[in-house]
Design a protein around this ligand. Structure first.
Ligand SMILES: Nc1nc2c(ncn2[C@@H]2O[C@H](COP(=O)(O)OP(=O)(O)OP(=O)(O)O)[C@@H](O)[C@H]2O)c(=O)[nH]1
Ligand SMILES: [Mg+2]
Length: 320
């Protein structure tokens, strides 16, 4: 693949590259390797929260504000689990229409589960590609529902967890356990009743778990702000933009912030190695080997550990 059109802003070439990366095509990955030295300039921002909380609307408002500041924006909308993702993507397109035609904005929907490496790995690759392609802001929007979505959100440097009011103490983020990945909390739909109760619930939940946070996820001296927005009207957006920039500076200037990024890359490295090693084993196994071994273990012809050893011996994986 040729890097020239991508680097000179050809959107169709960029889209083709991303599609090839999603399919894990070797030429696409080679190009990412070639361009990798150019990455590292973008701010990767994760936006996660319950369905309908206003993630896409907030992202559109953020994009507009960044554009006004002369920054370019790429958005990766990841929605693997929703049976409505087709509709959601369509909805996102409508919400993003104000930005359509702006060459400084690029929007990409990922409705697939990713391929072999899993969704988080694919998302991370696409985010790196967009970074290398020169975007200033790379936003990853994901529904905060399960572990895989949390893993996706963790590919970002700064994560916004978004909540809508009206549920009182029964805050979605607390239920889903995604509070711990939040660097910034946003209570959107602040034009609706129940905002104060939601802000209070989030603040007390943050206090409760601040002790656990010391484990290294958060930057030192960073206390997670709880901000309110009306994304549809653009209210509160500038404050979110400022908080994002402040968090990035904090992360970049602290050794713990650097450490967090290294830890994240380590997890990614490990996940990829697991996948590759397993692929090697699998490629050398006859199709029904594991079924046969499992049946033998079941009949106590062989024990589980011996079955593992026999697979490793027959695939020679232990010598590599
Ligand atoms: N009243 C009000 N409505 C809002 C606000 N922000 C978003 N909405 C509306 O809430 C609905 C859902 O907004 P989206 O931006 O699609 O929410 P989302 O979190 O991206 O939804 P999914 O991608 O489907 O999970 C839309 O009808 C928006 O117009 C807000 O600040 N106030
Ligand atoms: Mg959305």
């Amino acid at each position: 693949m040729n890097p020239e059109p991508i680097l000179s802003g050809d959107r169709r070439a960029l889209a083709r590259w991303l599609t090839a990366l999603e399919a894990e095509q070797p030429e696409a990955q080679d190009l990412l390797a070639t361009l990798y030295a150019r990455a590292g300039r973008a701010h990767r921002v994760g936006v996660t929260g319950a369905p309908g909380s206003g993630k896409s609307t907030l992202v559109a408002a953020l994009a507009k504000a960044w554009r006004a500041r002369g920054q370019t924006v790429a958005v990766l909308a990841v929605d693997p689990s929703s049976p409505f993702s087709g509709g959601a993507i369509l909805g996102d397109r409508v919400r993003m229409q104000a930005l359509a035609g702006d060459p400084g904005v690029f929007i990409r929907s990922m409705a697939s589960r990713g391929t072999l490496g899993g969704l988080a790995a694919t998302t991370a690759d696409l985010a790196r590609a967009l970074d290398a392609a020169g975007f200033d802001q790379v936003v990853i929007e994901t529904v905060g529902a399960g572990q895989s979505e949390i893993d996706v959100a963790r590919t970002a440097q700064t994560t916004i967890v978004i909540e809508a009011p009206g549920l009182g103490d029964d805050v979605q983020a607390i239920k889903a356990g995604i509070l711990e990945i939040a660097d910034i909390l946003v209570v959107n739909k602040a034009d609706q009743p129940g905002v104060e109760a939601t802000v209070r619930a989030l603040k007390s939940a943050l206090e409760l778990e601040s002790a656990a946070r010391v484990s290294g996820e958060a930057a030192p001296g960073w206390s997670v702000p709880v901000l309110t927005t009306v994304a549809t009207a653009g209210d509160g957006i500038e404050i979110v933009i400022d908080a994002l920039a402040a968090h990035r500076i904090q992360m970049q200037s602290s050794p713990i912030g650097q450490q967090r990024e290294i830890q994240r890359l380590r997890r990614e490295l490990e996940a990829r190695l697991r996948q590759r090693v397993w692929q090697r084993v699998e490629a050398r196994l006859a199709p029904d080997t594991l079924d046969l071994l499992a049946a033998q273990v079941h009949q106590r012809v062989i024990d589980l550990e011996s079955a593992v050893k026999s697979v490793l011996a027959s695939t020679h994986t232990h010598t590599e």
